[in-house]
Design a protein around this ligand. Structure first.
Ligand code: NDP
Length: 325
């Protein structure tokens, strides 16, 4: 077990965490990034990215995150493949965090960039059939359903992108949505409706996931939200794409959150209510949730942390001068 000290401790390794690291390192804050269980964050489980500025051609999410990590390392960031399991924010700055490895991290400033995770429906069969037909990531698991029948549940950008992606593997994709209007962007909707491989089921919710004799997913039991009528849909794979929940469990009772569990910050800034503690990216943003906005917020957090750190240095110098008098 070791203790690692830094002027800027960053928890999380998505676009927000890595951007904070790039700016922090270049400001001589000698940042440490504790990467978490999914280094690179949500973009490592996507494929095509065509909306991150700077790339004329379509790029791959995992590649983009590798580039960000390397860029952060090249300018002097220390990466730790560890997962923070405990934070002490009551007695800072400096703030203390403990990793799954038993290592201790002490940061004069703290940037929280822990992101968000996929939400589940919470209906019978969903968890039991996880990895046996039920998944929350088509880009990770879609390949396993080549030539088979699949369904996607949800009506947002993620659901539509996942349905479109699955057409690379399957000719029979059903999108199941609880209303009769999608929330996804119009350009994605157009692509969806144009695809001969995708059909849509409107006003339907999944009541349960049921297995066949082999123990793997066999069908979904659906309920019509208008008539209450039940029906079944035989599928080999079902992808739940109903949004995300922020990864803020660690900060419950320690930092202010909204009713969705997103960390609250000063409007227009990544500052939390604690001095030198910042929140950036999806952990605090349920509106935009884009790689580019997360990166921007990471940058803002690093700039604010640097300014705050200068005040700590100033206070320390003053105290030393007083003591010397
Ligand atoms: P969203 O919150 O946008 O959409 C969630 C969808 O799931 C909604 O259609 C919602 O239905 C449905 N839903 C939620 N809970 C349930 C439930 N219990 N049962 C059935 N359906 C449910 O999440 P996304 O993950 O799609 O997107 C999150 C953010 O990320 C958005 O801002 C999106 O724009 C962005 N994004 C952008 C991408 C891009 O630009 N390439 C790609 C992917 C995401 P209802 O509509 O009725 O509320």
């Amino acid at each position: 077990m070791a203790t690692h000290r830094t002027k800027m401790l960053i928890i999380g390794s998505g676009p927000a965490g890595y951007s904070a690291a790039i700016y922090g390192a270049r400001a001589m804050m000698e940042p440490i990034v504790v990467q978490g269980i999914q280094p690179g964050g949500q973009l490592t489980i996507t494929t095509d990215v065509e909306n991150y500025p700077g790339f004329a051609d379509v790029i791959q999410g995992p590649w983009l995150m590798e580039q960000m990590q390397q860029q952060a390392e090249h300018v002097g960031t220390r990466m730790h493949w560890d997962t923070i399991v405990e934070v002490d924010l009551a007695n800072g700055p400096p703030y203390r965090a403990v990793g799954d490895s038993g290592d201790e991290y002490i940061g004069d400033t703290l940037v929280i960039a822990t992101g968000a995770q996929a939400k589940w429906l919470g209906v019978p069969g969903e968890q039991e059939l996880g990895g046996k037909g039920v998944s929350a990531c088509a880009t990770c698991d879609g390949f396993f359903y080549r030539g088979r029948k699949v369904a996607v549940i949800g009506g947002g950008n993620t659901a539509v992108e996942e349905a479109l992606y699955l057409t690379n593997h399957s000719d029979d994709v059903t999108l199941i949505h609880r209303r009769e209007e999608l929330r996804a962007e119009k350009i994605l909707q157009e692509r969806l409706f144009k695809s001969p491989k995708i059909s849509t089921l409107w006003n339907k919710v999944v009541e349960r996931f049921e297995a066949g004799e082999n123990g793997a997913l066999h069908h979904l039991v659906l309920k019509d939200t208008q008539t209450g009528e039940e029906s079944t849909l035989e599928v080999d794979g079902a992808f739940v794409a109903i949004g995300h929940a922020p990864a803020t469990e660690l900060f419950k009772g320690k930092l202010a959150m909204d009713e969705g569990g997103y960390l609250l910050t000063e409007p227009g800034s990544p500052k939390t209510e604690l001095p030198g503690v910042y929140a950036a990216g999806d952990v605090t943003d349920h509106t935009y949730r884009q790689a580019v906005t997360a990166a921007g917020m990471g940058c803002m957090a690093a700039l604010d942390a640097e300014k705050f750190h200068a005040t700590l240095d100033f206070a320390k110098a003053e105290a030393e001068a007083e003591a010397a008098e």
